[in-house]
Design a protein around this ligand. Sequence first.
Ligand code: ZN
Length: 208
Amino acid sequence: MKSKFLKSKWIFYLVFILVVGLLVVLFYSPEKGWKVRSIKDGDTIILENGEEVRYIGIDTPEESQPYFEEAKEFNGKMVEGKRIFLEYDQETKDKYSRTLAYVWVDSLLVNAELVKNGLASVYTHSPNLKHRDCFCSLQTEARKAKIGIWSIPVSGVEKYYIGNKNSTRFHRPSCEYAAQMADRNKIIFKTKEEVLDSCYSPCRTCKP
Ligand SMILES: [Zn+2]
C-alpha cells in the first residue's frame, strides 16, 4: 500500500516536472528573441548572454579593409536595441565555437541586408547553404549598382583565376591551394567579373 502511494507520488512529481519544463520551453525559449550586448564587426555580434554569433553565408570587410566601419555601423543600426531571432543551418557552431546563424529583425534578414547594400560579399561554407541563392542574387544587384565594396576599383588583376567547384572559392593561379586542388574540381575563369557572376568567393590566403 505504502509503495503504491510512493509510486503515484513519483508519477505526480514526474508529470509536474514535465509540465514545468514544457512551460519554460514555451515561454522562455529563443522564440522570444535575443537582445544584443555589443557589435564586434559587420558580421559578428555578442548576445546579452555572452554568446558570440557569426552571421552565416557572408563576409564583411576586416578592420584593415575599406568599408569595415560602414558594415559595422550598418549591422549595429539593424540589431542594436531590437529583439533578434536566430535561424540555424546544418552546423550551429564554427571552429572558434561561435554560433552560426541567420539573424532576423522583424521580417528582415540582416545577413541579406548587408549583401544587398554592398557591405558584405557572399561567403558560404558547405553544408550551410540555405540562403545562398538569395545572397548571390542580391550580390549581383549590388555589383551592378556599384555600391559599397563593389565601388572599389579592382587591383592586381590576374590573367585568369582558378575556381573550386566543390567549395566555390577562387584563387590566383600562383596560390598553393590552387596547386593542391583536384583536377575534377577545377574551373578556369578568365576575369574576376566572370568569377563573381558565378558567385564564387575569394580565397583568404591569396586574396584574389
Ligand atoms: Zn588561394
